[in-house]
Design a protein around this ligand. Structure first.
Ligand SMILES: Cc1cc2nc3c(=O)[nH]c(=O)nc-3n(C[C@H](O)[C@H](O)[C@H](O)COP(=O)(O)O)c2cc1C
Length: 294
């Protein structure tokens, strides 16, 4: 008898405790909303305050009327999920990494989205990925076992597929067919990358660091993984002739916010860095600000 592919221990359903969906009928709510704008060209505007000068601070005085709420992360009746909800809704926008890994026996290809990720260094180019939750998920298991992961950026045309790849399938079931995305063979490492994504990186594990609960220090609650990029893959029309500057208009990245919220980064402006201080200090207004700090 063939083994039932669905016969396995399902990954823990963390969603039940998070209660991310605030609507009783999300379809009805979405029906009322306008359609997504697929043209999504970058819309350039001026900066919020074009007349800003050194020392001006905030562009309006609204903040003067705000009162702060102070929260102890371990106050009574405050479970870790509330800190999770605050962290993900206040630390925005976060780009979304689609992480592709292969199990140690080479049998199962895994794909899952992660928004706790960022650039770490340039020489060598490195990224961080953070895996949270008491259960060690398949992506983390595979990275630690094989030392390899491919990360693909999440463009707006693959956001539904990327979201679906977060389904908590048993270990031996691949999310690739369910996402409908196409695995493209990597050059150096085993895991493929997402052909539909304009930017992907082949990475090797550099190091990892386990983080333990403050309530019960025996329990690992997260693992921070640092990976080194060994190959970049970017669509030819998404990078400039310098082979360095990616075009956000072509990457069309989706960011993850809190709850079930996602967004795009279409409204942009450009803001030059300050001139060198040796030039700025010839300005009397700057000199006055400097003398105030002495
Ligand atoms: C957009 C998005 C971002 C996510 N970010 C993270 C993250 O940064 N860290 C994490 O541990 N889980 C994150 N998750 C949840 C994982 O994708 C989910 O637990 C998934 O089932 C893990 O798959 P795996 O067991 O195949 O590795 C995210 C889910 C979504 C939809």
């Amino acid at each position: 008898m063939q083994p039932d592919p669905l016969d396995g221990v399902e990954a823990p359903d963390q969603e039940a405790s998070i209660q991310r969906n605030p609507y009783t009928d999300f379809s009805a709510v979405e029906c009322q909303r306008p359609s997504y704008q697929h043209d999504g060209m970058l819309k350039f505007s001026k900066t919020p305050n074009t007349s800003w000068r050194a020392g001006d601070g905030a562009s309006n005085k609204d903040w003067e009327h705000r009162r702060f709420m102070s929260i102890d992360p371990y106050e009574d009746n405050r479970g870790p999920w509330l800190n999770y909800k605050l962290l993900i809704s206040a630390t925005v926008p976060r780009p979304i990494a689609l992480a592709s890994t292969v199990s140690a026996d080479g049998m199962t290809r895994n794909l899952a989205p992660f928004s706790f990720w960022q650039c770490v260094s340039v020489d060598p180019p490195m990224y961080s990925l953070s895996f949270t939750g008491r259960g060690v998920n398949d992506t983390l298991t595979n990275i630690l076992a094989t030392g390899e992961v491919c990360i693909s950026s999440t463009a707006d045309w693959i956001i539904e597929a990327a979201n679906f790849a977060s389904v908590n399938t048993p270990r031996h079931i691949s999310e690739w067919p369910m996402s409908g995305l196409s695995p493209k063979p990597s050059e150096i490492i085993q895991p493929p990358f997402v052909a539909e994504s304009p930017y992907s990186v082949e990475c090797k594990l550099h190091s990892h660091h386990d983080i333990y609960s403050k309530i019960n220090p025996k329990i690992r609650t997260a693992t921070l993984v640092i990976v080194e990029v060994v190959r970049f893959h970017i669509w030819e029309d998404a990078i400039g002739p310098d082979r360095a500057t990616a075009n956000m208009d072509k990457l069309r990245p989706v960011f993850r916010a809190g709850g079930m919220m996602y967004g795009t980064c279409c409204d942009v402006f450009e803001l030059p860095r300050p001139r060198p201080f040796r030039e700025l200090r010839e300005d009397n207004a700057i000199n006055k600000l400097v003398s105030e700090t002495q």
